[in-house]
Design a protein around this ligand. Sequence first.
Ligand SMILES: [Zn+2]
Length: 159
Amino acid sequence: MAQVQYDCSTGNHPNITNSTASPVEHEQIQLLLHVCKEAKKSAYCPYSRFPVGAALLTCDGKIFSGCNVENACYPLGICAERTAIQKAVSEGYVNFRAMAIASNTEEDFIVPCGACRQVMREFNRDWDIYMTKPDGTYIVKTLQELLPLSFGPEDLKKF
Ligand SMILES: [Zn+2]
């Protein structure tokens, strides 16, 4: 199993629970909110007609976007959040600070599904997830709050 290097300058590490990570700066949050909205426009969702966009901020300031990509064989569809993560990992980035998610749902803040929460968990517990509405408002939770008592890479080292 490949070992992931956690050398984030913000101090994020799966074994560190009292992270010293500084809050994401206001400008970066605004940029993330903008990018996830733009990414939503690329959503390929002819079956659900539920476009979602995600924007993933790495620890070194790079942003990867993602959208949901559905398939006629329904189970093969993938969420926007995982698209963004897979784009980042495939380009060598595994240290993440924040993700913003956008949909067209006006009544509720869009939240990541359970599968996406687990995939996010693979890469730390302490990063921030911004869940938005189309009007630009959002709520933010740490992944630890969204997926408490989670199973992650360090659990496999306990044998
Ligand atoms: Zn999902």
